[in-house]
Design a protein around this ligand. Structure first.
Ligand SMILES: Nc1ncnc2c1ncn2[C@@H]1O[C@H](COP(=O)(O)OS(=O)(=O)O)[C@@H](OP(=O)(O)O)[C@H]1O
Ligand SMILES: Nc1ncnc2c1ncn2[C@@H]1O[C@H](COP(=O)(O)OP(=O)(O)O)[C@@H](O)[C@H]1O
Length: 223
């Protein structure tokens, strides 16, 4: 039987309406078998200073030590390069998350467990990335598990402000930074996250373990 090679897919914009999707010759199932785990994005969301980067990196280390193929995409770092043209207006944040969603999808397509650490303040944008990650028209295999795992790093703003690891809350309170999340820019809490982590109540290691346990309990990793 000849394997399907191209597929006509629905595209969001008119500009690429004559472009087809080229299906990969190595299937997701083959990558999964080689890697020994299912791919997914662990989408960390929360206020600045909530602990997204810290917990995402701790999870990444644990997964790496278990032999998983992993990568971390971090807000500050991506804003230096790919998204260096974007600021912190609502419009720019929407575009920031849309691009990160696309990049995450490529990493997941490559078979990785990718952790993203972005404030990603809007429910609608996170829902769009979830839908995009689970859109089967781009894949040559079906997944039983969702490829988007929302990890809510739930830390009271008072705690984030007390931590203030980069001194940004202080600047925002002094009016030196505008549109700062939680102060004069919105943060919409996740409605039903797969993992709900409370960093003010447990250690960094316990927070990371909570995420890794979710992956084990739901069959993403088998170790
Ligand atoms: N106005 C304003 N609001 C929030 N954050 C600000 C702002 N200005 C700079 N920073 C720094 O940028 C980091 C957040 O970038 P993100 O790409 O994660 O933001 S967003 O998802 O587009 O909302 C954020 O990093 P984290 O502290 O790691 O969250 C800040 O260091
Ligand atoms: N349980 C915890 N989980 C995560 N971070 C913690 C925890 N307890 C204290 N912290 C500290 O809080 C700060 C969180 O900063 P960071 O990870 O950069 O947050 P974010 O990426 O959300 O801006 C770090 O200085 C970290 O050491």
């Amino acid at each position: 039987m000849t394997q399907e090679k191209y597929r006509v897919v629905d595209v969001a914009g008119d500009k690429s309406s004559d472009v087809v999707w080229h299906l990969a010759s190595v299937s997701h199932a083959q990558r999964e078998a080689a890697n020994g785990h299912a791919p997914a994005v662990l989408w960390f969301t929360g206020l600045s200073g909530s602990g997204k980067s810290t917990v995402a990196n701790a999870v990444d280390k644990m997964l790496h030590d278990l032999g998983c193929k992993t990568y971390v995409l971090d807000g500050d770092n991506v804003r230096h390069g790919l998204n260096g043209d974007l600021g912190f207006s609502d419009t720019d944040r929407v575009e920031n998350i849309r691009r990160i969603g696309e990049v995450s999808k490529l990493f997941v397509d490559a078979g990785l467990l990718v952790s993203t650490a972005f404030i990603s303040p809007f429910v609608e944008d996170r829902a769009s990335v979830r839908a995009q990650l689970n859109d089967s028209q781009y894949s040559n295999s079906q997944h039983s598990n969702s490829q988007f795992i929302e990890v809510y790093i739930d830390t009271p703003i008072e705690v984030c402000e007390q931590r203030d690891p980069k001194g940004l809350y202080k600047k925002a309170r002094a009016g030196e930074i505008k549109n700062f999340t939680g102060i004069d820019s919105a943060y919409e809490q996740p409605i039903n996250p797969e993992v709900h982590v409370k960093t003010a109540e447990q250690s960094i290691e316990a927070c990371a373990l909570q995420v890794v346990d979710y992956l084990k309990e739901n069959g993403y990793i088998k170790v």
